[in-house]
Design a protein around this ligand. Structure first.
Ligand SMILES: Cc1cc2nc3c(=O)[nH]c(=O)nc-3n(C[C@H](O)[C@H](O)[C@H](O)COP(=O)(O)OP(=O)(O)OC[C@H]3O[C@@H](n4cnc5c(N)ncnc54)[C@H](O)[C@@H]3O)c2cc1C
Ligand code: FES
Length: 256
């Protein structure tokens, strides 16, 4: 069962261009959270924005959780203005975790932009389960890269200011051609066009692949039907991202 808590802000700092790391005190959510799960946050004490906003649980500490976010609109602007000692109403942990325990040898983490957010906690669990890890990060420029608490990092930037010049999916394809990654499984997170490209690459290279979706969401708990994703499973045309995801086997969904 998810918890609803009024969580004090322990810190809220800018860690890269336009990217914030928000640490909230919540021993209970920290203990329950698994990689790939998210929290749904009320970004205001007033009435607007009315809907909560979903954020991946990026990392956990004994008494607190880390969230990574950039400013998109009203909700995230309000979150960026929160100071130490302020509080935020948090619902979580929500959603289905990544399959980090499954039968594979090398985890290939592929994050586009803020898609890196769930990877620090995922990396901790993969290491606990003795998996090898290679991490591919894509960002607009070197100033937009966040790489703390990750392993074996390959960087790609759109402007070529750091690492591979091009998309993170092209960087994975180029690396794959010249390196051995035994018993691989891809874990992807990022914007939909990137996930669509990653899914096509995974299918082409015959690599198992799990994706974490970041589309629109409202209630976060399966009540409003506001987060459908099309499925490939004939009997049910749609799945709800908030309770059946946000992590899905790439073969089970159709990304439009
Ligand atoms: C599972 C999941 C995990 C995510 N993890 C992260 C993360 O770790 N870091 C990160 O930066 N981002 C993450 N996101 C994306 C993040 O939730 C959005 O960037 C955030 O909601 C933006 O909120 P905003 O108010 O700033 O932007 P807005 O664009 O104002 O609002 C964002 C969304 O709120 C809804 N909304 C806003 N206004 C209305 C309205 N009037 N009526 C109906 N709906 C409305 C819409 O769904 C809209 O797309 C995640 C998303 C999902 C689904
Ligand atoms: S967000 Fe309401 S059902 Fe998924």
């Amino acid at each position: 069962m998810p918890l609803q808590q009024v969580a004090p802000v322990l810190s809220n700092i800018q860690i890269a261009e336009g990217i914030f790391l928000l640490t909230l005190e919540s021993k209970e959510i920290a203990q329950l959270a698994r990689p790939g799960q998210f929290v749904n946050i009320r970004s205001t004490d007033g009435s607007l924005p009315f809907l909560r906003r979903p954020f991946s649980i990026s990392h956990v500490h004994e008494d607190s959780i880390d969230l990574m976010f950039n400013i998109v609109g009203q909700g995230t602007r309000m979150m960026a203005s929160r100071r130490v000692g302020d509080t935020l109403d948090v619902l979580g942990p929500l959603g289905k975790p990544f399959g980090y325990e499954a039968h594979f040898e090398t985890a290939i983490l592929v994050g586009g932009g803020l898609g890196v957010a769930p990877f620090p906690l995922l990396t901790r669990y993969l290491k606990k389960h003795s998996k090898k890890i290679t991490t591919f990060l894509g960002a607009r420029t070197s100033r937009h890269i966040v790489s703390t608490n990750l392993e074996n990092i390959q960087i790609a930037t759109d402007d070529g200011s750091s690492g591979f010049h091009g998309t993170v999916v092209s960087s994975l394809e180029s690396y794959w051609g010249s390196h051995a990654l035994p018993g691989p499984k891809i874990f992807g997170c990022g914007p939909t066009p990137m996930l669509r490209a990653l899914s096509e690459t995974a299918q082409k290279l015959h690599i198992a692949c799990e994706l974490s979706l970041e589309g629109d969401m409202a209630c976060g708990v399966g009540l409003c039907q506001g987060c459908p994703v099309e499925t490939t499973k004939g009997e049910r045309k749609y799945a709800l991202v908030c309770i059946e995801g946000p992590t899905f086997n790439c073969n089970d969904i159709i990304l439009r």
